[in-house]
Design a protein around this ligand. Structure first.
Ligand code: C2E
Ligand code: CA
Ligand code: CA
Ligand code: CA
Length: 279
């Protein structure tokens, strides 16, 4: 609080400096981590509600020797403020390509989703950090889906459009992540050509809340709209059986969440798929 003697400035500055130092430490550690195995990828299945077909989403994981486990919600925003996000993405794409090459059976009919920060929306950048790596491994874009968050997409609509069209032209599927949270969600559908949307987990987790069921109306509306526009819909953050049932009944194409499976390391994914094929 303002004390009238200027101490607010001192306090503010200390807090800012602390934050700055923390971010800087993280940035430096992250830079080192990118070169090492500390940065890896977990896979979370996405299951088709009608066919049971399984696709996966690649989620970056950072197990730091010096700092412990750092969640992506902490380090991705920091990486996004610099070209470091490109390095992180390159590492993720490389690890995914390695895993696909090492375990061709798991990934044979599987589309792997990669989270693409919209701060990387530029043809040259995506060419270097994604397209050229995939090519190097002899893989084709149709094996991949790119999930982009709405967050900075609106800042430069032209560039957003160009990059999405470029990527889709190469054969990548492109979907909007966390759909519905932003004020301009409907504008995305108008402005950009997309393959699909992922309904944000905040809607999904409220859908079976008996008292406040506005979410069910909203999700019903999103699904109707998506169907009319020919968009594929994934619901993320499915945590209960009733959420699963409601979303399946509403015609949601694909379901993802802890109720179905948590994100897991490649070895665990391998064992899970072995078990599934033994059934
Ligand atoms: P996201 O892309 O929206 O991913 C969904 C997040 O929800 C993941 O958290 C996932 O582990 C978590 N989740 C999945 N199912 C459930 C559920 O049933 N309940 C709940 N409560 N959570 C669930 P995670 O892995 O911590 O990632 C957080 C965010 O960090 C991601 O949100 C994404 O925006 C970003 N991120 C993760 N990996 C990457 C990456 O490789 N590149 C970029 N640019 N961003 C990434
Ligand atoms: Ca995602
Ligand atoms: Ca999401
Ligand atoms: Ca999210």
């Amino acid at each position: 609080k303002h004390t009238g003697n200027g101490s607010i400035n001192v306090y503010d500055q200390t807090v800012k400096q602390q934050k700055y130092l923390d971010d800087l430490t993280l940035e430096i550690e992250l830079m080192k981590a990118i070169q090492s195995e500390e940065l890896t990828v977990y896979y979370q299945p996405k299951i088709h509600s009608q066919t049971g077909h399984v696709n996966v989403e690649a989620l970056v994981r950072w197990f730091s020797q010096s700092l412990g486990t750092i969640p992506p919600s902490v380090f991705i925003p920091i990486a996004e403020k610099s070209p470091l996000i490109e390095k992180v993405t390159e590492r993720v794409v490389t690890k995914v390509c390695e895993d696909i090459t090492r375990f061709p059976d798991i990934f044979e009919k599987t589309i792997t989703s990669i989270n693409l920060s919209s701060t990387m929306f530029d043809e040259k950048i995506v060419q270097n950090s994604i397209v050229s790596i995939i090519k190097k491994y002899g893989l084709t874009p149709d094996r991949f889906e790119l999930e982009i968050t709405e967050y900075t997409l609106m800042k430069d609509v032209e560039r957003g459009k160009e990059t999405i069209d470029f990527l889709r032209g190469l054969g990548f599927r492109v979907v909007i992540d966390d759909f519905g949270v932003s004020y301009s969600s409907l504008n995305y559908l108008k402005l950009f050509s997309l393959d699909g949307i992922k309904i944000d987990q905040s809607f999904v987790q409220q859908i079976d809340n008996e008292e406040e069921s506005k979410e069910i109306e909203i999700v019903t509306f999103i699904l109707m709209l998506a169907q009319k526009l020919g968009l594929h819909v994934t619901a993320e953050g499915v945590e209960t059986e009733s959420q699963l049932t409601i979303l399946t009944d509403l015609g949601c194409d694909e379901l993802q969440g802890y109720y179905l499976s948590k994100p897991m390391a490649i070895d665990a994914l391998y064992h899970a798929s072995e078990q599934a094929s033994d059934l």
